[in-house]
Design a binder for this molecule. Structure first.
Ligand SMILES: O=P(O)(O)OC[C@H]1O[C@H](OP(=O)(O)OP(=O)(O)O)[C@H](O)[C@@H]1O
Ligand SMILES: O=c1cc[nH]c(=O)[nH]1
Ligand SMILES: [Mg+2]
Length: 209
């Protein structure tokens, strides 16, 4: 599918299967999400530009590659995005972080914004937006709208599960933003939940209902 990468690494698929199981505990779900996010981070950053830098090893001077440009930004869509954020920061500890507070109204399925904070100079940084679930796409579309409004121009979106409806809506709204997901599920049910899915990611992470 154009503009969408499915990350089918065996470890990602294995961990995702455990996250889907309804008997997986809150602690287990959180741990798996953190583990899986490091693998997703590895994939979403695999084509980052490098530049050569001169360093001295204990033996000699050498030219060696380092990441080019300003520190990247992880933009977490609250709350559930924080589960992906933590593992990504394990891998890229110097990244900047943006928090985008958006929840989905249960009746209308529209995104309701309640918080936004981002580092300076978004326009000069790669912004990797993270949220485990892409269902209708309303939340991620609203989050990317907001980040673009604040200057972001180079964005990628990473999730765990996507519904075909959400991918279509998101790609129509933001054709310039590549989507990375561990799986594309069958459909949305009448309440806007992904089927077969894994339930409500935020509730499963934090033990709320
Ligand atoms: O694509 P959509 O139809 O917008 O649905 C996906 C959104 O729903 C969930 O958040 P939720 O509203 O449950 O908020 P939470 O993370 O605080 O639980 C999920 O983490 C996404 O942000
Ligand atoms: O299946 C879904 C849909 C939206 N949000 C979730 O957490 N799960
Ligand atoms: Mg939720």
């Amino acid at each position: 599918m154009d503009g969408v990468t499915v990350i089918n690494h065996p470890l990602v698929q294995h961990k995702l299967s455990f996250m889907r199981r309804k008997e997986t505990s809150t602690a287990g779900f959180r741990r798996l999400l953190r583990e899986i996010s490091t693998l997703l981070c590895y994939e979403v950053t695999r084509d980052l530009e490098l530049t050569m830098e001169t360093i001295e090893t204990p033996m000699v001077e050498m030219e060696t590659p380092v990441l080019e440009g300003k520190k990247l930004v992880f933009a977490s869509i609250l709350r559930a995005g924080n589960g992906l954020l933590e593992g990504m920061l394990d891998l890229v500890p110097s990244a900047r972080v943006s928090h985008v507070g958006v929840y989905r109204d249960h009746e209308t399925l529209q995104a309701v914004e309640y918080y936004f904070k981002a580092p300076e100079s978004l326009s000069e940084r790669l912004v990797i937006v993270v949220d485990p679930m892409l269902a209708t796409g309303n939340s991620s579309i609203a989050a990317v709208d907001k980040l673009k409004e604040r200057g972001a121009i180079n964005l990628r979106f990473v999730c765990l599960l996507a519904a075909p409806e959400g991918i279509k809506n998101f790609r129509e709204a933001h054709p310039d933003v590549h989507v990375y997901t561990a799986a594309i599920d069958s459909h949305l049910n009448e309440h806007g939940y992904i089927v077969p899915g894994l339930g409500d990611a935020g509730d499963r992470m934090y033990g709320t209902k």
